[in-house]
Design a protein around this ligand. Structure first.
Ligand code: ADE
Ligand code: ZN
Length: 331
């Protein structure tokens, strides 16, 4: 039997990255849409070999053609939350890329309402708490980001924050200073991908200019000791995605992953799955992989889980309950 994993929060999860091959076929059949193949083994092959972030993003964006209706988005999120519950997830703060859907002609309302109704149902039925973070696609630039934020504000009650994702290098955080200030003035939380493929300067800019409360990935911050000291002192959480980093070749192999060093440095590192349908595992599988390949014992896994709860934007009373569950798990 595989090793048990702790109750946890998942803070770095792109809902579009949870389209398993079976769901791809089911949605394409339902909406009468073409696919390169109807054979899930053939489709899965395309999921497995990436040279870098961009080669993954090419497949990821192409597969989104099957998401057209509010029901499609609802079913996508429900599938993820069912699997997340089985993985021990108590709280999921879920990324969505609205620009890519709106640019394909899908109404923003269908995206947001479809996801939001799935989140409410998961909370009522299974007690899994879920919240939405809208990500700006950095390669579409800052004006497009401002436009989508303005379009989303009528649905403000359905999301808690903004993020920044897609191709990193060449699109530094500094480009998005104004839209992050707009988000802050609306009372939205702020996170950003930085230091996945981009260097430590991307992480510094995200902190200094975007005023992010968490850094997504952030593994390349480890190249800069001063930045590491700052992340520790300011207790900035890092949402690390070990299987993703190996799949996209940000790290050569899991035994080389900096996660253990991040914990040794006292950073608020957390474990997450990023795009689990593509990278070989949901959050429990990421925990198991780091336990095995980095030799992290139960106490270290519990630390990672505690970090994840500390890093959520959930109400304090929920955090207290989840921390108690983790303490029970740790024994
Ligand atoms: N969009 C989906 N997954 C991503 C990742 N790992 N980095 C940047 N953008 C993404
Ligand atoms: Zn990501």
């Amino acid at each position: 039997m595989s090793a048990p994993t702790p109750p946890t929060a998942e803070l770095h999860l792109h809902v579009e990255g949870t389209i398993e091959a079976e769901l791809l076929v089911r949605l394409a059949d339902r909406d009468g849409l073409p696919l390169p193949s109807r054979d899930t083994d053939v489709l899965r092959e395309r999921y497995e070999h990436f040279a870098d972030l961009q080669s993954f993003l090419d497949v990821y964006y192409a597969n989104l053609a099957v998401l057209r209706t509010e029901e499609d988005f609802h079913d996508l999120a429900t599938g993820y939350l069912d699997r997340a519950r089985a993985a021990g997830v108590r709280r999921a703060e879920v990324f969505v890329d609205p620009q890519t859907h709106v640019d394909r002609g899908v109404p923003l309302e269908a995206v947001i309402r479809g996801l939001s109704s799935a989140f409410s149902a998961a909370e009522e039925t299974h007690g899994v708490s879920a919240a939405m973070i809208l990500c700006f696609l950095r390669d579409l630039g800052p004006e497009a980001a401002e436009e989508i934020l303005r379009a989303a504000l009528p649905f403000r009650e359905h999301f808690i924050g903004v993020g920044l994702d897609s191709a990193e290098v060449g699109y530094p955080p500094s480009l998005f200073t104004r839209v992050y200030a707009m988000a802050a003035s609306e009372g939205l939380h702020r996170v950003a991908h930085a230091g996945e493929e981009g260097g430590p300067e991307y992480v510094r800019e995200a902190l200094d200019l975007l005023r992010v409360e968490r850094v997504d990935h952030g593994i390349r911050a480890m190249e800069d000791p001063e930045l590491v000291a700052r992340l520790r002192e300011e207790r900035i959480p890092l949402t690390v995605c070990p299987l993703s980093n190996v799949a996209l070749r940000a790290v050569d192999a899991l035994p080389d992953h900096p996660l253990r060093r991040m914990l040794d440095e006292g950073l608020v590192a957390t474990v997450n799955s990023d795009d689990p349908a593509y990278f070989g595992g949901y959050v429990d599988e990421n925990y198991r992989a780091v336990a095995r390949d980095l030799g992290l014992d139960r106490a270290r896994l519990a630390q990672l889980a505690r970090n994840s709860v500390d890093a959520t934007f959930a109400p304090e009373e929920d955090k207290r309950r989840w921390r108690a569950e983790i303490a029970d798990w740790a024994g």
